[in-house]
Ligand binder design. Structure first.
Ligand code: UD1
Length: 366
């Protein structure tokens, strides 16, 4: 490639937006052409616009407006919408982020058009093929020409799958860039105080995985568990639209007594609340990483994680969606809170810059 490459980023769902922001900033600083495509997988203002605002992201150049649907429907809609955009924009590189349906759809479109595909957050594996994200990760990584890994375990996973090492680079965790930039401003908002909360005296919850919220019995047990925890201190639960719909289907047959059910929170408010929490209970991928960097104890309600490094350093633990298991893990997680946050290799706030260096200067990070 001669000169600066023309880059096209594809994002669609909430966890993509904080990965895009540091890359967009680093590419802008170098003066590279950067086209942003929003697929519209997430479209509610609090799931999308609020994040563009908090992260100071420019308006997308193209909005595909695909909306919700089955996996096949959503993936196909992204592909159909994106293909003519790629043909018209003729980028040198298509950047895809994370593991959502928009990610795999975009990788397929670009690869078939012969455009270089670069995957940010490559190489993560839960080894649980019942998770749609795991299938998205595997397919995306095998289509990608350039695999940008957040941690060394990701390099091992890719080597095991026979992906040539020259395609893989260890750039670090780009979400931590976004977090480091946003944290001072988030703290200045005094969000816990506005909710009447004392530092390290409350629990933040997010649950939205189909495995946890789509089965009524599992969801009922989870809500009852949160209600029991709320007897010991405030429990705040910003509720994802999928979860809200499933709670509605329980027709009041589950207790949420004491649990503060909120609308999805914007990035800065959520970050502020998480950073001061005693405990986070979640099934999110991103929160496992954010809590690790912040040194906040995290209980992840899942049988596996694609981010084992968060468990290895001691901030995160996995539990089944069962009352006794969650109560026990919550107690031990808080009791064993690390004195200082762990320091992870290349979770340092410079990953966006490394990605831009790879794309623009042909730099290598092993
Ligand atoms: C998607 C990602 C998941 C990620 C999550 C973060 C896939 C396969 N899953 O899951 O990895 O952790 O985003 O939020 O890509 N809905 C709304 N408004 C919106 C978006 C969704 O009401 O703005 C509702 C719709 O009823 C929709 C449902 O939520 O059917 C699920 O949305 P979808 O994007 O299909 O998957 P998520 O569960 O959000």
């Amino acid at each position: 490639m001669t000169g600066l490459p023309s880059v096209l980023s594809v994002v669609g769902a909430r966890p993509n937006f904080m990965k895009l922001a540091p890359v967009a900033r680093a590419l802008a600083a170098r003066g590279a052409r950067h086209v942003i495509v929003h697929t519209g997988q997430h479209y509610d203002p609090e799931m999308s616009d609020a994040f563009f605002r908090d992260l100071h992201l420019p308006r997308p150049d193209h909005a595909l407006g695909v909306g919700s649907g089955s996996h096949a429907h959503q993936t196909a809609a992204v592909m159909q919408g994106l293909e003519p955009v790629c043909v018209a924009e003729q980028p040198d590189v298509v950047l895809v982020y994370g593991d959502v349906n928009s990610t795999v759809a975009a990788a397929l479109v670009a690869a078939k058009l012969g455009i270089t595909v670069a995957h940010v957050e490559a190489g993560l594996r839960s080894r649980d093929r019942t998770m749609p994200e795991e299938l998205n990760r595997i397919v995306t990584d095998h289509l990608a020409d350039l695999l940008l890994a957040p941690s060394r375990d990701a390099l091992d996973n890719l080597a095991q799958e026979g992906i040539p090492a020259e395609r893989v680079q260890f750039v670090g965790n780009v979400m931590i860039d976004a977090l480091k930039v946003a944290l001072p401003g988030a703290r200045a908002l005094e969000v816990p105080q506005r909710h009447g909360l004392t530092e390290r005296a409350y629990t933040m919850v997010t649950l939205h995985r189909p495995n946890n919220v789509d089965d009524p019995d599992t969801l009922r047990e989870l809500l009852e568990t949160l209600s029991l925890l709320a007897a010991d201190g405030p429990v705040l639960f910003p509720v994802h639209p999928r979860t809200r719909a499933q709670i509605g289907r329980l027709n009041g047959t589950a207790t949420t007594r004491g649990v503060r059910l909120l609308d999805p929170l914007p990035y800065l408010e959520m970050l502020a609340l998480v950073s001061d929490a005693a405990l986070v209970i979640t099934d999110s991928g991103g929160l496992q990483e954010e809590t690790t960097w912040l040194g906040v104890p995290c209980v992840t309600v899942r049988p596996t994680t694609e981010r084992p490094i968060t468990c290895a350093v001691g901030t995160n633990r996995l539990v089944a969606p069962r009352r006794a298991a969650i109560q026990e893990a919550a107690l031990s997680a808080v009791a064993e809170r690390p004195a200082t946050p762990p320091v992870l290799e290349r979770w340092d706030g410079s990953t966006g810059e490394r990605i831009a260096a790879v794309l623009c200067d042909g730099a290598r990070f092993d």
